[in-house]
Design a binder for this molecule. Structure first.
Ligand code: AMP
Length: 290
């Protein structure tokens, strides 16, 4: 496994792989790796000859300076974990090599609809930062496939739109959310939770599942469902930020003919902001859950 910092070295290695007609899978991360990231790597390695993982805490996608400062940096442990998986290159660039100009002069990529709704509304600039760094990485690495987690559902849709709009010849593979035994989605941010908050955090999955059950039973009183769920979150000591039931393809409110819904949650446990979501096949037969 090569740990590569330099863009020049990365380009040389990538060029060689392309000359050898090897297929490349790319998995972008911000480090502090857990089983969720490893699942992306496993999926990537099954589908391509070469696996490239990036670890880069992208400053321009943070809308909160404190959050950026607090983000866990565990590069040594991350590389040790990656060595045990089928990873060929870990790309760990410096901030200054990625953003050579002042950040306010950086060319910015925007996917206007996806970056302005829901999470985009509460985190201004976040998705522009994501789209910009992903374009940079796609240009540098020129992967054949790239793996993204369903955990960041809106991000996944944004990347698919970006790939389509910018004509990237890259297959985007989505990987289902990896969860702890009690249902909490694995996240680097879970490390920030106190023991007591961690206990309460399991309610996120429980409450989303309750809404899912109601939708599968044919309940379409969306406002009521959301109001009940909000109450349950607050009772569990979780302050919801975003709580929505949307069409999983468009992120717009579900219509009578929507095939798949997504329940989107983001919210606060103390000082930690967690996100999660759950997809619901609206065509699924109700008696499955009875
Ligand atoms: P991050 O390091 O948080 O930027 O995440 C890097 C990638 O890992 C993104 O595509 C995330 O959606 C994905 N990811 C993070 N947590 C999970 C999880 N629990 N299950 C599956 N994928 C995840």
């Amino acid at each position: 496994m090569f740990i590569v910092k330099s863009l020049l070295v990365l380009r040389k290695k990538i060029k060689k792989y392309h000359q050898q007609q090897k297929t490349i899978a790319f998995i972008p991360t911000m480090g502090n790796l857990h089983k969720g990231h490893m699942e992306l790597i496993n999926v990537g390695s099954l589908q391509a000859d070469i696996v490239v993982v990036s670890i880069f805490i992208n400053p321009i996608q943070f809308d909160n300076k404190e959050d950026l400062k607090q983000y866990p940096r565990t590069i040594y442990e991350d590389c040790e974990q990656l060595k045990k998986h089928k990873v060929h290159i870990v790309f760990v660039p410096n901030e200054s090599s990625i953003y050579r100009n002042k950040i306010d002069r950086q060319t910015i990529v925007d996917v206007p609809y996806h970056s302005s709704v829901l999470e985009g509304e509460t985190r201004p600039g976040h998705f522009r930062g994501v789209a910009t760094i992903i374009c940079k990485f796609f240009n540098l690495i020129q992967p054949h496939i790239a793996c993204f987690g369903e955990k960041d559902f809106q991000q996944l849709l944004l990347i698919r739109q970006l790939v389509s709009d910018m004509n990237y010849d890259i297959k985007i593979i989505s990987v289902p959310t990896v969860r702890d035994n009690d249902g909490l989605a694995l996240s680097s941010r879970n490390n920030h939770l106190t023991c007591e908050e961690r206990q309460r955090a399991r309610n996120i999955y429980k409450i989303l599942k309750k809404i899912k059950t109601q939708l599968l039973l044919g309940n379409r009183r969306i406002t009521n469902l959301l109001r009940t769920a909000e109450k349950q979150f607050l009772e569990s000591g979780i302050q919801p930020d975003i709580l929505a039931i949307r069409d999983a393809y468009t992120l717009k409110p579900i219509k009578f003919n929507s095939k798949k819904a997504v329940l989107l949650f983001s919210g606060w446990l103390g000082k930690t902001r967690l996100i999660d979501n759950m997809q619901v096949n609206l065509l699924e037969k109700k008696d499955h859950i009875l």
